[in-house]
Design a protein around this ligand. Structure first.
Ligand SMILES: [Fe+2]
Length: 392
């Protein structure tokens, strides 16, 4: 990855200089209306103005990045001669920012930029400032965009869309509601765990992933519940490191199976992947025992002398106790009504997160397109969904 990471308490106050060092003079700040009243937001925009940078603002981000929103903003960027994007917010605002940066130089629509490395021009320069410790989008080449018209979500990105700078300042985490912070932390944890169970995982990405798991497992509860500054710093770094792992090793079945629930049933991303995660881990474990043991060490599970099943049980218990501590749900029950046909949800998951799977002639034997280490069919996916709706 080519993203420069600046981290530490108070580093956001240097945003103006960071921006001019990139040669930017006329930026679009992409954010949401929960962020704009915050003191750190005023400090960031003041720093830009003091450095002579013209500041244009879009504060309309909500949940998810939306295709029409992205294409409209990219047209505005081209029309107004904007030379860089600064995204301040959670995963949604950063996904909008990155998608706009991509379409600004690869017009006219993000629809044509779907998939891995499917566009030819370097994205507009961009600075990402995460205000949650979660998505890790600030260090990721990928962005996730929702097509409301077709009720789908799809990924786009490649080496030409790494953010130029990620600014990790734990001070911005202080105003986040605990529920949002918990969902964000579970998304980050899922990135690290999923990255270990793909066909692209390497010792390098496993090293990043296990480091992220240890940091998040140790620091997230104190960061969320006590807003402890040292814990917030570790949490922000943990979420970035988790995405450095999955940005290279990609994501597995939890992200692939969450997608139709997010696109068609409006389930927030973190809830989808978090509830799926232990079930997907159990699905992968029979062919990945050494990886489960490696993960157990990262969680501090001391059952290395025990049989494989006990190690897996220890890891799942660690994840479930982590969820309890931060008040994160263990099941989809209570989050959304169980769809009348889980088979249809499973079939909708076949094209996969990266859009590489088939879209026609789908049967129960069709494979879910995913670099997940164990190939899942529609029938496997249906079983996993059913387990996720169980309250036992
Ligand atoms: Fe995620």
């Amino acid at each position: 990855m080519s993203t420069r990471i600046i981290h530490g308490t108070g580093v956001l106050s240097g945003l103006g200089d960071t921006t001019t060092e990139l040669g930017l003079r006329n930026v679009l700040v992409i954010t949401d209306q929960n962020i704009t009243p915050q003191a750190f937001y005023s400090a960031a925009t003041s720093s830009l103005s003091a450095a002579g940078v013209a500041v244009n603002v879009y504060d309309g981000c909500g949940i998810d990045a939306h295709l029409a929103e992205v294409d409209e903003l990219a047209a505005r960027v081209r029309r107004d001669g904007i030379d860089g994007i600064i995204a301040i917010g959670g995963g949604s605002a950063m996904c909008v920012g990155k998608a706009v940066a991509i379409v600004a130089t690869n017009p006219p629509s993000f629809r044509d930029c779907a998939g891995v490395a499917s566009f030819t021009n370097r994205a507009l320069k961009m600075i990402m400032i995460p205000t949650t410790a979660g998505s890790g989008a600030e260090v990721s080449q990928f962005t996730l965009v929702k097509d409301d018209e077709n009720e789908t979500k799809f990924v786009g990105g490649g080496p030409l869309s790494f953010p130029d700078v990620a600014v990790l300042d734990p001070e911005v985490l202080s105003g986040i509601p605990p529920r949002l912070a918990a969902v964000s932390a579970v998304d980050a944890l899922s990135h690290a765990v999923e990255a270990m169970f793909t066909e692209f995982a390497t010792p390098l990405t496993d090293g990043l992933a296990t480091t992220a798991v240890s940091l998040l497992f140790r620091s997230a509860p104190a960061a969320i519940l006590e807003r402890n500054e040292a814990a917030c710093t570790e949490n922000l770094l943990g979420s970035a490191i988790a995405n450095m792992a999955c940005g290279n090793a990609r994501l597995g079945l939890a992200h692939a199976l969450s997608l139709p629930l997010e696109a068609q049933h409006h389930l927030p991303h973190g809830y989808g992947v978090g509830v799926l995660l232990p079930h997907v881990l159990a699905f992968n474990a029979p062919i990945a025992a050494p990886k489960v043991r490696q993960l157990a060490l990262a969680f501090g599970v001391r059952e290395q002398e025990r049989p494989d099943e006990d190690v897996l049980a220890g890891v799942i218990a660690a994840i479930r106790s982590f969820y309890d501590r931060i008040d994160f749900p263990q099941s989809f029950a209570g989050l959304l009504d169980e769809p009348s046909c889980l088979n249809a949800v499973a079939r909708a998951a076949v094209p996969g997160l990266y859009g590489t799977g088939s879209t026609g002639n789908i049967s129960d034997a069709s494979e879910i397109a995913s670099p997940n280490i164990r190939q899942a069919r529609v029938s496997d996916a249906e079983d996993i969904y059913r387990a996720c709706f169980s309250t036992h």
